[in-house]
Design a protein around this ligand. Structure first.
Ligand code: PSU
Ligand code: MN
Length: 304
């Protein structure tokens, strides 16, 4: 067992017995939503995962330890503290060596989930190719991680703060399956459609689970993107794109770069939409927790 890894008892027990476990990330808590909605959402997400018969494992780096499964106090701390670094793959060695705290992105949550032996991970949205990447080279490390780490990521697609078309091209080049969950449209986080289609859609959790199993049985390395659109009732209309454009322009004018871009944009979009984007964000995460919990459950049954 990896000497830096600390898996809580409940998760350890579940993994040992081949029971369903769902990994959850912590950047969404520390850098993706304001307090106290972030902590409330994180707690409810764990409950929803349990309602599907799976064990939740929220992942974070605390005092240099790679923690799998957080206590209530640790969740609260991650929601409130401003001393938590956003930890992607490149940040991990320094944070662990220094005994620091790190909120794990999609990439880092995948890495730690793989160390622990967790196959299904639920989040809101993944990082991708930023608009203007041909100039800035800003492409999220999440995409490289999907290429090499064997974890399925249930998300609501990617936000249109990114270049969705280029993100899909990049995933194709890297051999990452992008599967729509009960949809042919690739969702754009706040909206159910992005103007892009997926090639394949999954009818239910059983088909999804079988697809994961077959991929890894064949030793095809890497993850999968399971794109689950926000429920109709909570989806935003195309006017969200105006808020996104305005926020992107401001980001540009203020010279915000690199890893600070996504948190800045999320905060501004929330202000511009008077909080509606946050409600949609929370709703889509809950919906992903439901679907991800079911897929983890179906996957554990296939491996019994
Ligand atoms: N998208 C969201 N909320 C988030 C993120 C993405 O709607 O909190 C976070 C995720 O943790 C994702 C990270 O892995 O942003 C990507 O950041 P970057 O583009 O710097 O790799
Ligand atoms: Mn980036």
């Amino acid at each position: 067992m990896n000497q830096y890894l600390e898996i809580n008892e409940e998760v350890k027990e579940a993994l040992k017995n081949n029971q369903a476990v769902v990994a959850l990330e912590s950047t969404i808590i520390s850098h993706g939503m304001p307090y106290p909605q972030n902590v409330q959402t994180a707690r409810r997400v764990e409950e929803i995962v349990r309602e599907q018969g799976a064990v939740p494992a929220t992942i974070a780096v605390i005092g240099g330890k790679l923690k799998v499964g957080l206590t209530d106090e640790e969740l609260e701390f991650f929601g409130q503290s401003s001393d938590i670094l956003k930890a992607s793959r490149r940040d991990l060695p320094f944070i662990v060596a220094g005994g620091l705290h790190g909120a794990t992105t999609v990439a880092t949550t995948m890495i730690i989930a793989q160390m622990a032996g967790i196959k299904v991970f639920v989040t809101g949205g993944i990082g991708g190719v930023h608009r203007g990447a041909s100039e800035t080279f800003d492409i999220s490390a999440d995409l490289q991680e999907l290429a090499k780490t064997d974890v399925a990521v249930v998300c609501a697609g990617v936000k249109s703060i990114l270049d969705i078309g280029l993100t899909l091209e990049y995933l194709e080049t890297q051999g990452v399956p992008v599967l729509g969950y009960q949809t042919k449209d690739f969702p754009a986080f706040y909206t159910r459609e992005s103007g892009y289609q997926v090639l394949y859609s999954l009818d239910d959790a059983e088909v999804a689970a079988k697809t994961l199993k077959v991929k890894w049985d064949m030793d095809l390395k890497g993850g999968l993107v399971i794109a689950n659109p926000v429920p109709e009732a909570e989806a935003m209309d195309a006017s969200i794109n105006e808020a996104i454009e305005a926020s992107l322009k401001e980001c540009d004018e203020k010279g915000i770069k690199g890893k600070d871009i996504t948190p800045f944009l999320l905060g501004r979009i929330k202000e511009v939409t008077e909080g509606r984007s946050l409600e949609t964000n929370i709703a889509l995460v809950y919906n992903n927790a439901r679907v991800g919990g079911q897929i983890a459950k179906a996957y554990s049954l296939l491996n019994k």
